[in-house]
Design a protein around this ligand. Structure first.
Ligand code: PLP
Length: 374
């Protein structure tokens, strides 16, 4: 995303990012984890919301966690003076100088990264904060317990400021192996007697495992108002707000007769005469092509201010357009606003109808979609 929002010169599609919703969700994290500091996770262009919006909306966070050191450069250039965590540490040894200059906190998850830091310290360094990552059963990144304790002592003895970190595989599910409890137990055993703050919880753990928060929590998806499980009902109790509204407009209306089919492949056949709205949003905007008939789209009703109705998708989503059943929206016309997801249509509801989770849809909003920060 990069183009600036101006409905007069663009296709009528827009990702509107609500910075107050960001603030609200961040304050919900503070209420749920009052003893912890917060790494706001803004990888993947802030889950598709753009860095600038996240930076504005989440300015009161304790730190930002991200992947790419170039994004840390961006944050410093825009005046962020707080902490920045590189969630996967350095990808190459030659990034060390820049990481030091930017005062980044580094995740260290493997032997090679430990060796880079050992070589650096021989030269002398301003103290770097390290989040040493333990593999407690997810088997993605991290050191197994024995290697972990050795790695800890090696870096600790060189003056690095040590923190302990792990990541949960199943904080959004019950009884799936490895469980949060089993991972937590291994983590606690391994760090016994070692000093340093801890960082454990992603959004799912913040929501459902308050015994596993640690000194620094790492919320991502909940800051954006979507669910770690991909099911909206699961987060209703948490009172989060959707931060992104993906909206467009009806650009044409077709009057179908019974038996007519719509779009590529003719997937949907009209059983009766009906009106169909053509909306300027397709898979090249990041809307999922896998969306089934029945996926909800909200259409404004010009006759009531703020009113509108949910209209189901009919027919296959194409590159630049999708089509909705207007039988329940008799007042809909060219120019009527369509919300593809946002406060009225949870992104997770669209995701569920498309066999995925809200995370994937948010991250996939295409660069061609203009962004407006409100
Ligand atoms: C992405 C990420 C998070 C955030 O996860 P959510 O499920 O979005 O809350 C936390 N920790 C690490 C290490 C991550 O990579």
């Amino acid at each position: 995303m990069g183009a600036s929002a101006n409905s007069l010169i663009h296709r009528p599609i827009l990702a509107s990012i609500n910075t107050q919703a960001f603030q609200h969700n961040l304050s919900r994290v503070r209420e749920l984890a009052p003893e912890s500091k917060i790494w706001s996770v803004i990888k993947a262009r802030a889950y598709g919301h753009c860095f600038e919006a996240a930076f504005q909306g989440l300015a009161s966070t304790d730190g930002f966690a991200l992947l790419d050191i170039q994004d840390a450069v961006w944050l410093r250039e825009h005046g962020w003076q707080g902490r920045i965590l590189l969630l996967e540490g350095l990808f190459h040894e030659n990034e060390l100088d820049l990481a030091q200059k930017l005062h980044c906190d580094l995740v260290v998850h493997c032997e090679a990264q430990i060796e880079w830091l050992e070589r650096l310290s021989l030269k002398s360094h301003t103290p770097i904060s390290v989040f040493l990552k333990m593999n407690t059963g997810m088997n993605r990144l991290g050191l197994k317990p024995d290697a972990y304790r050795m790695g800890f002592h090696r870096l600790h003895s060189l003056g690095y400021r040590m923190h302990h970190m792990t990541h949960f595989a199943n904080a959004d599910q019950i009884d799936r192996q490895p469980t949060v409890d089993s991972q937590l137990e291994l983590f606690d055993q391994t760090i016994a007697g070692l000093e340093g703050p801890t960082s454990l919880a992603n959004s799912a753990a913040i929501l459902w495992h308050r015994n596993a928060l640690g000194d620094w929590v790492r919320p991502g998806i909940m800051l954006y108002g979507a669910s770690p499980t991909g099911i909206h009902a699961d987060i209703e109790h948490a009172h989060l707000k959707a931060v992104m509204q993906l909206q467009s407009e009806i650009i044409d209306i077709q009057e179908l007769q019974a038996g007519d089919r719509i779009g590529y492949g003719g997937r949907y056949e009209a059983r009766e005469d009906m009106r169909v709205g053509i909306i300027a949003c397709g898979y090249a905007d990041g809307y999922p092509r896998t969306a089934k008939d029945g996926t909800p789209v909200w259409i404004s009703d010009a006759s009531q201010s703020g009113g509108g109705v949910i209209c189901p998708i009919v027919g296959r989503v194409s590159m630049d357009m999708l089509t909705v059943d207007l039988r329940h929206a008799p007042n809909a016309k060219i120019g009527s606003v369509a919300e593809l997801w946002g406060e009225r249509v949870p992104v997770d509801d669209v995701a569920q109808m498309s066999d995925t989770i809200g995370y994937e849809l948010l991250c996939a909003v295409a660069p061609r979609v203009p962004v407006e920060i409100v």
